[in-house]
Ligand binder design. Structure first.
Ligand SMILES: [Mg+2]
Length: 291
């Protein structure tokens, strides 16, 4: 195959020269490989769109975290000629690759892409005019992620979120206001976290949206409402198993379309958005992804 690598060399974990290692492994498996290193915000999206428009390769291999994947997906969606995506985990937060169980070693990955992976149609979400591949989040978790310094985030990985989270819990503005409206759901009131997810893996938790699937045409919405502190702690202990979805302070449902309005900011695939009010919709089988 003709593979074009879009690599965010500034993404997360210290990996040595992962772009080069991956390119060499793919060459050894008989592919032709071209390589592009991104140079700042939205550059991965521009490069992805440019490659789709040119149509000279068979797939776009994105190396980076969820934020880089988000950009590549936005670039693909902006083109009439939607090249398939092949994601490779190279960031601090790699929820989507983790969900797909993509091999993390370059040699294993080259073998996987060559002999096992297939291009399958997957759903994409749209919030306002921004596409997302994994999740839109609003509320405390989202704010915590942005208050944590980028460097600390890189060193501590997702643990940094929890340290900041504990600080956040004792501060007074834990609860934000939200209004959520969809065809058969309405909520207006205080909340801790609201997210709309494509996959079931979010913030390193593998069961946050336990039965979510990326090709059922639906997004999974999860709301953690204002609750007494002991109930919030209980919910926190249930996040790993997925039992939180049955907690009385949690609403969990599937949707194709809803509207959110909140006084907290939102983030999309881990990147901050400045939306306060927005529509969120599922776009069924919008692109193809190798997994
Ligand atoms: Mg789904």
């Amino acid at each position: 195959m003709r593979i074009h690598i879009i690599h965010n060399p500034k993404a997360g974990r210290l990996l040595g020269n992962i772009g080069e290692d991956l390119a060499l492994a793919l060459l050894h498996h008989g592919h032709s490989v071209s390589y592009y290193a991104t140079k700042g915000s939205m550059n991965a999206a521009e490069e992805a769109k440019r490659q789709c428009d040119l149509g000279q390769v068979d797939l776009l291999l994105a190396i980076g975290g969820d934020g880089t994947l988000n950009e590549v997906v936005n670039g693909i969606m902006m083109s009439e000629n939607k090249l398939p995506l092949a994601p490779f985990a190279g960031g601090t937060s790699n929820d989507f690759c983790s969900y797909l169980k993509i091999p993390t070693n370059p040699e294993d990955y080259a073998e996987f892409l060559t002999n096992k992976a297939q291009a399958r149609p997957i759903d994409i979400g749209l919030v306002g005019d921004r596409y997302f591949i994994n999740v839109v989040a609003a509320g405390m978790l989202s704010e915590v992620a942005h208050k944590t310094g980028a460097q600390l985030k890189s060193i501590l990985g997702s643990f940094a979120y929890y340290v900041e989270g504990l600080k956040e819990i004792v501060s007074s503005d834990l609860y934000k206001e939200i209004e959520i409206e969809s065809q058969d759901y309405h909520y207006k009131g205080k909340y801790v976290v609201f997210l709309v997810s494509n996959s079931h893996t979010i913030g390193g938790f593998k069961n946050l949206a336990p039965d979510a699937s990326i090709n059922d045409g639906y997004l999974n919405a999860l709301l953690i409402k204002k609750a007494p502190f002991r109930n919030l702690l209980e919910i926190a202990t249930q996040l790993d198993s997925g039992d939180h979805v049955d907690n009385k302070y949690v609403d969990y449902f599937t949707t194709k379309n809803l509207c959110i309005s909140t006084n907290s900011h939102m983030d999309v695939d881990g990147e901050e958005l400045d939306y306060k009010k927005s529509n969120v919709q599922a776009i069924s089988k919008a692109i193809c992804c190798y997994y």
